[in-house]
Design a protein around this ligand. Sequence first.
Ligand code: BDR
Ligand code: CA
Length: 314
Amino acid sequence: MGKTSIILDVDTGVDDAFAVLFAALHPDINLLGITCVDGNTNIDQVVANTLKVLDAAGAPEIPVARGAVKPLLGKSQYAEYVHGADGMGDLGIAPSARKVDSRSAVELLRDLIEQSKDPVTIVPLAPLTNIALFLRAFPETAKKVHRIVLMGGSASAGNATAAAEFNIWHDPEAAAIVFQSGVPITMYGLDVFMRPGINREQATQMQNSSNPAAQFGGSLALAFMERLGVSPVTLGDYGAVASVIRPDLFTTEMFDVVVDTSAGPARGQTLVDRRDAFLKELEPLDLEDSAKVRVTLDLDVNGVEQLWLTTINP
Ligand code: BDR
Ligand code: CA
């Protein structure tokens, strides 16, 4: 298999960092650029964290752009209780000398997709504000997007609320725009998100290795364990990136999905129509705004974990 060209959209974030490390280091991924968005923490912090992860990966110059400072509607809701005051484990790493790209996130998305000779997959690991703005701003370029593989949503329970997963809940209107865009979408959500993990022993081994990327990944995982008081901790967003290049490790199915943008208790829910076929035929989900979405329902946990470990610390 040749290289797959991807653009990451992140709110870095501990598990976004696991994903960025992987995307920067895996030989089958051509990481064209990274766009940053308000999500786990504020945009300045997200940009600063993302640049630090690229340093740790020893990555070449990869354009990183600043994106939306707030959701389309409503206010920002940060997740410092999960990711730390700096949004990335409070490791005390020195600021990166890398420069942020002068273009905005939507401009960088446009340019990278227009310039790419190969099909481009967008991999959002964060609220979908940047992606919705891009689809609206540059609809002709949007037609060239190969597909979107996003971390977000759930076909079962939520995490930010009983009904909603954090990335969708943070900006439901943006999610609705993305889901209804017509670009082929795969949803890597809470049905699988927590399952691939790293334990204390693996993280300690990485931290003690001589490889800077592994040292960083191990330290980050150990800080995450400390904060959450559990081991193993999830590799989270990373799984969505893995599913782009190793679909053989994942089980997906097509469903009709609606994003709840109401003001009620289900705001931000991805309502996935998992009824038996005969019931769907009797009573289709005839909401105008439903979209056909490929939903990840299962995965080879050990295979996905080993892929991360052997990529970060070969
Ligand atoms: C998602 O929210 C963020 O905290 C994580 O980075 C992940 O993208 C999980 O709901
Ligand atoms: Ca994230």
